[in-house]
Design a protein around this ligand. Structure first.
Ligand SMILES: Cc1cc2nc3c(=O)[nH]c(=O)nc-3n(C[C@H](O)[C@H](O)[C@H](O)COP(=O)(O)O)c2cc1C
Length: 224
């Protein structure tokens, strides 16, 4: 084979490897999403919220493949909190959504003003004393939908808890930037909780993830 033919073969193999990686990740994500979706169903308490006595917690989260959603339901159940899911249709499960997620995370890292449209855009958070904000880590940072939510809302007088699920690493600089952003938007205090799920082929089971959350975030096992 000529040098040019070898070059084309190597390019084609590299392309196949990239496509194979994305297909593999998508299959794992779909399997995980199916497994965790029915776990720990939770409906917010029906008691009316008081705008004058702020004791309640709200849990607001974005999740693509369901792991942060499961963590959010678990936290909300433990705290008897209201729960809200943030939606960004272009980041849905599947190959296109995965590519859009990577592009969106990269775009925000290069330009923090590049944020997706998130639904709901705003939530009336005035009844709550504590606001939990959850997302996966994308490119070492909370995923763009959570940044978008923070940009559109205020946290006056509130304690904000950022919580993340992730596979391997996050950037302390990114968490510090997120903290600055919520403090700028009125929060009085901030903490970061996180659960390391492990790399794709050797991850915690959902049950192990919840046990880690109980131990590391709450210090006690869940009541049920
Ligand atoms: C586009 C993209 C980028 C990611 N980047 C990181 C990363 O930088 N560090 C990390 O530890 N995990 C990373 N992950 C893995 C997710 O953070 C992890 O699987 C998370 O638990 C998924 O949460 P979810 O099921 O709620 O969507 C990334 C996942 C995606 C889809």
């Amino acid at each position: 084979m000529s040098l040019m033919q070898w070059f084309l073969v190597i390019i084609a193999m590299a392309g196949l490897a990239v496509v194979g990686f994305f297909v593999g990740v998508t299959l794992i994500e779909r399997t995980q999403a199916r497994r965790v979706a029915p776990m720990e169903p939770y409906a917010a308490p029906m008691a009316p919220v008081s705008k004058t006595v702020r004791t309640r917690a709200a849990v607001i989260y974005f999740s693509r493949s369901g792991n942060t959603a499961l963590a959010a339901r678990h936290v909300a159940r433990r705290l008897d909190a209201d729960i809200y899911s943030l939606q960004v249709p272009e980041y849905e499960l599947g190959l296109t959504g995965l590519a859009q997620s990577a592009l969106g995370a990269n775009a925000r890292r290069n330009d923090p003003a590049k944020l997706p449209n998130v639904t709901p855009r705003t939530i009336d958070l005035t009844p709550f004393s504590t606001v939990w904000l959850g997302s996966p880590v994308w490119f070492y940072s909370p995923a763009p939908p959570l940044w978008a939510f923070v940009e559109n809302n205020r946290f006056d007088g509130q304690h904000v808890v950022l919580f993340n699920t992730f596979n391997s690493n996050f950037g302390d600089d990114q968490i510090a930037a997120f903290r600055s952003k919520v403090m700028e938007r009125g929060a009085t205090s901030f903490e970061h909780k996180h659960v390391l799920r492990g790399r794709m082929t050797q991850q915690l089971t959902p049950e192990e993830m919840l046990q880690a959350i109980d131990a590391d975030w709450f210090g006690t096992p869940s009541g049920n």
